[in-house]
Design a protein around this ligand. Structure first.
Ligand code: ARG
Ligand code: ASP
Length: 722
């Protein structure tokens, strides 16, 4: 009997453990520690996060705002993804030194390359400040007033809460405004490039393999943090010295196998796990398809030109990858939400919620929430669609319009802030636009404009469409705009922006490109934005109360984690394959053999460097091969991650580095909205592949010598005693 109970308990824990979740490091003790141990973790919660002692969190900084990194030596060496360091690797590249193509390795510290503007930020301390943030808010009646008061409290608290002079305070909301947490951070500003493999390793498979398993990308790069003589943040200086971290990760070369415990720490950007079914339906049926259609059209045009013209390929490669990344993600997300019946699962959850509300006698507080959601999401539908189309078409994917929008804002600044502000912004703009026009082709963009304005006129809700766009001949409009607008080149736009304020304004308003932007933006700001904001504010308030209800009415065991908000989190799970489709099974680990299988000589996505092929043929894998003599490349696990987790450390049960997170699997990209344990997996580069590339491919022994590597125990022959 006892045994069966124990089995049942284990079963329940196993099931629960697979439900995903991104947890707050300072709260692991109460919420997760037991479960993590059941799954195999050998650490205590205190070893992961501690205020007083060094802990794992001291080795996990946010990398330049949007990615994660980890410290891997006592000299401030950090590891992040190749795609996170990409812009920096690119900016050091010239025709003579093409580090993107050939890779870059600093064989001594003097050769490390400084990167202007790049920052790396550590969490020093985490503290709940909910009561302080909500002071004086309850008595206010309107939602707008409440939000304003909260913002005031936050900016005041950020100033007055204790911290050292070189640190920052930053208060963030959790559970949709039900909890506020202070993060004290330390931000380092002298970050130097130490190493990067060639793109044919670091970006192997490029867009074709992006979001896809099985994967064979060595998506890593190395940087070093420099500090002043007191080990504190400082601007770049030759006087700076390598940062001495409070903790750094030893790297395990022991390897992983299915069902091993893994944990990922990092800075996930944004998830929406508690959206009501109405919102998910809208994403699946209306918003994602609209955004996908826009990007699909833009990508087809760019691809057509890139294939014919090498100069355009260089100009557009990075932009293309940027547009394609979320285009592909949304397609996977939509499919996954449909296939996993996410809407029906949400509906069931809502029905249960409603029952719990009645059972608890809480109808007054929570009884109308779902009806409110239904009403508000129905009402906001056209506004939300218009907003997405405006932002995808005018602000994001038609480059001429996105530049035009900057001029539109310039005009607003003059109206709202006066002439001095106008001139300051104008000068900034002129300086900043040089880089933009370097990679701009009016020929490509004209075709994008034609396609996207066509979509605008057809898909934008009719009641908001500017009358000039009804039945517009997009081709003729495009030809006219690109033949006459000054927005098509840097010289022309500079000329347009030169002169007295009044003259500049007049030139802007006579420009056919600017006129299109102004028509779209005026109509959006007047007909869509105010109502969208009004309904959205209601949704925000309803979501906050709904979240409060979920927290209050769920059983303790329900494990409600807060949505991602770019703060430090811990997620854990197991190394595991999955079944993407009927009769198809994916194994959890890939090998160098797969790189060779995918190899297409000379291809821009699947070429393989000769040296790597030679190492493969010679089976020259150093100490990094697995016990069967194969070289592992990547692996997947059930960790719940999202954008921003790129570069996150994947750790074993003892807190040693076993991999580097960089992506998720195609079928599971819906995990931002609904995490399904069956098909949601994060993708990591195996630490052994990283070591192999640094050591055997690049010959950077200096880097290897800096690391603390834990090798598998040598096989000892123990004579069996009877
Ligand atoms: N999909 C990954 C993420 O969202 C990797 C993106 C970079 N790679 C690429 N081929 N675009 O960031
Ligand atoms: N590739 C993503 C990133 O760059 C990670 C993900 O979305 O899984 O953060």
């Amino acid at each position: 009997m006892k045994f069966i109970k124990l089995l049942l308990l284990l079963f329940v824990i196993q099931i629960q453990a697979q439900q995903g979740g991104m947890w707050i490091p300072s709260l692991l003790k109460g919420m997760n520690e037991n479960e993590m141990k059941t799954l195999g973790m050998k650490l205590t919660a205190e070893q992961i996060y501690s205020v007083n002692k060094s802990s794992l969190k001291d080795a996990v900084p946010q990398f330049d705002g949007g990615c994660t990194a980890e410290v891997i030596s006592d000299k401030g060496l950090i590891l992040t993804n190749h795609h996170c360091g990409y812009d920096n690797i690119q900016s050091h590249s010239t025709v003579e030194h093409d580090y993107l193509t050939d890779g870059f390795w600093a064989y001594k510290m003097e050769d490390e390359l400084p990167n202007k503007g790049v920052v790396v930020s550590f969490v020093v301390r985490i503290e709940d400040v909910t009561t302080k943030v909500l002071e004086g808010v309850a008595t206010l009646t309107s939602e707008a007033e409440k939000q304003k008061k909260i913002q005031e409290n936050i900016s005041n608290l950020n100033k007055i809460l204790p911290k050292e002079v070189w640190q920052e305070n930053s208060i963030r909301t959790f559970y949709d405004g039900n909890q506020y947490i202070l993060f004290v951070t330390e931000t380092f500003k002298d970050i130097r490039l130490v190493g990067a493999p060639p793109s044919s390793i670091g970006k192997f498979g490029s867009d074709t393999d992006n979001w896809v398993w099985p994967r064979h990308t060595g998506d890593f790069s190395l940087f070093r943090i420099y500090a002043d003589k007191n080990n504190r943040p400082a601007e770049y200086s030759t006087e700076n010295v390598p940062y001495k971290p409070k903790h750094f990760f030893p790297i395990s070369a022991k390897g992983v196998k299915e069902n091993d415990f893994t944990m990922v720490m990092g800075y996930p950007g944004r998830t929406q796990e508690y959206l009501p079914s109405y919102a998910v339906e809208q994403i699946v049926n209306d918003l994602n398809p609209a955004k996908i259609e826009v990007r699909d059209a833009a990508l087809k045009v760019q691809d057509g030109f890139m294939r014919k013209d090498n100069a355009i390929k260089i100009q557009y490669a990075s932009k293309y990858a940027g547009i394609a990344n979320y285009w592909k993600k949304w397609i996977g997300e939509t499919k996954g939400l449909k296939k996993s019946n996410a809407v029906a699962i949400k509906q069931k959850f809502e029905k249960d919620f409603q029952e719990k509300v009645i059972k608890a006698g809480k109808q007054a507080e929570y009884g109308n929430l779902l009806a409110d959601f239904q009403k508000n999401y129905t009402e906001i539908n056209d506004y939300a669609l218009a907003r997405d189309l405006f932002s995808e078409i005018a602000l994001r994917n038609t480059e001429l319009l996105s530049v035009g929008y900057k001029l539109y804002q310039l005009e607003q600044i003059l109206t709202n802030k006066g002439e001095q502000a106008f001139w300051d912004r104008k000068n900034n703009l002129i300086n900043g636009l040089g880089d933009f026009y370097k990679d701009f082709s009016a020929t490509v963009d004209e075709k994008v404009f034609e396609q996207l304005i066509g979509i605008y006129s057809k898909k934008y809700p009719k009641q908001f469409l500017p009358s000039n766009l009804e039945n517009v001949d997009a081709k003729t409009l495009a030809t006219n705009v690109y033949a006459t607008s000054k927005l098509v080149s840097y010289d022309k736009i500079k000329e347009l922006l030169t002169g007295e304020t009044k003259a500049v304004l007049e030139k802007m308003n006579n420009d056919p490109g600017f006129q299109v932007v102004k028509m779209l933006a005026d109509s959006f700001t007047k007909n869509v934005a105010p109502k969208y904001d009004e309904i959205n504010l209601k949704n925000i308030a309803t979501q906050r109360t709904y979240m409060k209800g979920i927290l209050e009415l769920s059983p303790k065991s329900a494990r409600i984690f807060p949505d991602a908000n770019s703060t430090l989190r811990v997620t854990y799970g197991k190394v595991k394959g999955y079944k993407p489709n009927d009769a198809v099974v994916y194994e959890p680990i890939t090998y160098l053999d797969g790189v060779i299988e995918k190899y297409i000589p000379g291809d821009y996505e699947f070429d393989v460097p000769k040296k790597l092929i030679d190492l493969y043929n010679a089976k020259d894998f150093g100490k990094y091969a697995d016990k069967n003599g194969k070289m592992p490349v990547a692996f997947i696990a059930t960790n719940h991650t999202t954008g921003g987790n790129s570069g996150s450390p994947a750790l074993d049960a003892n807190g040693n580095l076993i991999g580097l997170n960089f992506d998720r699997v195609w079928e599971g990209t819906m995990s931002d909205i609904y995490y399904s344990p069956e098909i949601c997996r994060n993708i990591m580069v195996d630490a052994r592949y990283i070591l192999f590339v640094i050591d055997k491919y690049a010959g950077a022994k200096n880097i290897i010598n800096e690391l603390k590597i834990i090798y598998p125990a040598e096989k000892k022959i123990i004579s069996k005693k009877k």
